[in-house]
Design a binder for this molecule. Structure first.
Ligand code: COA
Length: 332
């Protein structure tokens, strides 16, 4: 059941933090055998950000969390939990969540990471919604934060052109007048497809060795074509069913926030679901695929740009390594 019961749950504020360095498609033309035309045509991406020294995953996450707290009018001392959706933690442990807890001085908060492919932050928001609705937590910071660039083979043109770094956050808490309200959420996984996107080397299954380095097992591996097929086949029916379980039709959704992986995937989903592109939030042209940060960045920018108006329905969905996917309905 997708409906969130118990205490009404709100999104009280949002924030974001991007690395300063911009990498354009023409920069990448100097790095690998690619072209601006190919990248734009196949992905819709024009530029992305790349973290430099001092811009760790935790530093970006903490900066975005501070902005979200300012926006929400909530102090660090009021935070009960920090959930960071990430696939590129600075270290396997400690997680980014506990490090952010220390950086922002959230004295009484817990901290943890959700590693669930690109939907990590959406899964984190769903967990936060459950915790707030049931009364375990009052205020929860959920961050999507990625520094994927060191985990990507910068000589592999199949992946290095697609991904970008960045972080965005929201503060969730008991719903109050004027805040967005989270009403429904659902999360799925299909572990039988786990080979489509993976990071095989340097961990327990394949500890770092000369071989893992030589064979570049410590970089993201993706079968882009299979991912494309899987997502454009599964997501339309899944999202239509999700709408039904929320008691609405797809036409009643005012804004669709999709995982910003690739414009062609989004267009394919919209074509299959008859969603006008004018109702879709797009920022992947400027940031690329920022993995778990992507839906958070899009949500924050859609609020900042006043795309989202009072009384509208926003459907947020994501997909990624696992394969995982999920959806959340929010009313503004
Ligand atoms: N620049 C130029 N050529 C490139 C290239 C690049 N950056 N990357 C791949 N190519 C080449 C390939 O080598 C191939 O050449 P060949 O025909 O000589 O073998 C050709 O382009 C087509 O490759 P293919 O992989 O079939 O391209 P595609 O149309 O499937 O597009 C993706 C590739 C990755 C853009 C596309 O599959 C995709 O969007 N997949 C989804 C990925 C995704 O969203 N992942 C994130 C999930 S969270």
């Amino acid at each position: 059941m997708a409906i969130i019961q118990g205490r009404p749950v709100g999104i009280l504020g949002t924030g974001m933090k991007l690395p300063l360095k911009v990498v354009t498609n023409s920069d990448l033309e100097k790095q690998v055998d690619t072209s601006d035309e190919w990248i734009v045509q196949r992905s819709g991406i024009h530029e992305r950000r790349m973290a430099q020294a001092g811009e760790s995953n935790a530093a970006l996450a903490a900066a975005s969390a501070r902005e979200a707290m300012r926006d929400a009018g909530v102090d660090a001392g009021d935070i009960d939990m920090i959930i960071v959706g990430t696939n590129s933690p600075d270290t396997l442990f400690p997680g980014v969540g506990p490090v952010v807890q220390g950086m922002i001085g959230a004295g009484r908060a817990g901290g943890m990471d959700v590693q669930a492919g690109c939907p990590g932050a959406l899964f984190g928001m769903s967990a936060a919604a459950g915790g707030i609705a049931s009364g375990i937590w009052d205020n929860v910071i959920v961050v999507g934060s990625e520094v994927m660039s060191p985990l990507i083979d910068q000589t592999d043109r199949g992946t290095c052109v697609l991904f970008g770094d960045g972080a965005a956050a929201c503060v969730m808490g008991p719903w109050r007048e004027g805040a967005m309200r989270v009403t429904h959420a659902d999360m799925k996984a299909d572990g039988n497809k786990s080979g489509m996107i993976e990071f095989p080397g340097g961990l327990a299954a394949e500890p770092a060795s000369e071989r893992t380095l030589r064979e570049k097992r410590h970089f993201l591996k993706m079968n882009g074509r299979e991912v494309f097929k899987f997502v454009s086949k599964e997501l339309p029916d899944y999202l239509a069913n999700f709408c039904q379980s929320c008691g609405i039709t797809c036409d009643e959704v005012d804004w669709w926030i999709f995982h910003q992986a690739n414009i062609r995937i989004i267009e394919k989903i919209c074509e299959r679901m008859n969603i006008p592109m004018g109702r879709v939030v797009i920022n992947l042209d400027r940031y690329g695929n920022t993995s778990a940060a992507s839906i958070m960045l899009a949500l924050h920018e859609a609020r900042e740009d006043a795309l989202i108006q009072r009384g509208q329905k926003i459907l947020i969905s994501s997909f990624g390594a696992g394969m995982t996917y999920g959806a959340m309905l929010v009313e503004s």
